[in-house]
Design a protein around this ligand. Structure first.
Ligand SMILES: C[S@@+](CC[C@H](N)C(=O)[O-])C[C@H]1O[C@@H](n2cnc3c(N)ncnc32)[C@H](O)[C@@H]1O
Length: 267
């Protein structure tokens, strides 16, 4: 039985095969469901997202692999995983995959403007926070070409360009999993998740959104007056690539196999 089927059985608390449909009179009342918000780490939320949205056997490209921490609770050999990162020489804005060849793509680039600075000394995460900087970025300063977006706009620019590339390599109805966090930049509230969802609306349907709340209590350095809530949450967005022939459809018509460059998708 597949991981997804096992999950369905777990939820129903009985043995048997999975039936179609979301709810039935003979279903059970249960609190054993995936929730939209949780306190804890990314890895357990990521496991649940895969379980809900990405069928076993799928080809999943994690294009900002970092240390692969998202995958801590995902069993080996459920998926064909393609890890890459700028640190390994692959830019998420220029992926070495064919058009429509990928079933799901994971994107978690540096999420805050403090990681996009011209000089290393000005980047977020100095001194005892060096491990943070090392983990959340490629640890290098950013060259700003004349006219290129800066600060928060540089953050969004990287997401959007990576999103264009995701749109190219994902098959129709493929799953685009994006980790992001809002930020206050230049004393202005920037709701990154809203900016991304809106910017991608034509190409991707935002099927779900998960809020991850930090278990510890973050502080603020050099505080005089607090003007905005200190953020202690981040998001996973789950987006579905639209078929541009049928842009309003959010899932393939029943029974229709979705063609990829390499074959037929496993869902
Ligand atoms: C937040 S970390 C990713 C953490 C990762 N999800 C994990 O589970 O360990 C951001 C990663 O994005 C990478 N990165 C930054 N710019 C990139 C780019 N243009 N293309 C690909 N990776 C990039 C960094 O090297 C860093 O490893």
């Amino acid at each position: 039985m597949s991981q997804t089927e096992l999950y369905a059985v777990e939820i129903r608390g009985e043995a048997g095969t999975r039936r179609s449909g979301r709810k039935r009179p003979d279903g059970i009342a249960t609190t054993n469901v995936v929730l939209s918000a949780s306190i804890g780490d990314n890895a357990s939320v990521f496991r649940d997202i895969l379980r809900l949205f990405v069928p076993e056997g799928s080809t999943v490209a994690d294009v900002t692999w970092g240390k692969g921490a998202f995958w801590k609770f995902v069993s080996d050999n459920l998926y064909t995983v393609l890890p890459s990162d700028l640190k390994t020489g692959v830019d998420c804005r220029n992926l070495p995959y064919d058009d429509a060849s990928i079933d799901a793509l994971v994107l978690d680039p540096p999420y805050m403007e403090g990681l996009f600075r011209r000089e290393i000394g000005h980047m977020a995460g100095s001194g005892s926070h060096a491990a943070f900087r090392e983990h959340y970025s490629d640890g290098k300063a950013t060259d700003h070409d004349v006219g290129a977006p800066k600060y928060h706009d540089a953050v969004v620019d990287l997401y959007l360009k990576a999103g264009q590339e995701a749109r190219r390599v994902l098959r129709n109805y493929g799953v685009f999993i994006v980790k992001c966090q809002d930020e206050v930049s230049a004393n202005t509230q920037r709701l990154t998740h809203v900016e991304l969802i809106n910017a991608w609306a034509k190409d991707f349907y935002c099927k779900d959104l998960f809020v991850v709340v930090r278990p510890n209590k973050p502080g603020i350095v050099r505080l005089l007056t607090q003007e905005h809530a200190r953020k202690n949450h981040s998001y996973f967005l789950v987006l579905i690539k639209r078929d541009q022939e049928y842009p309003k459809r959010i899932r393939p018509p029943k029974g229709r196999k979705v063609k990829t460059e390499t074959g037929v998708n496993p869902s």
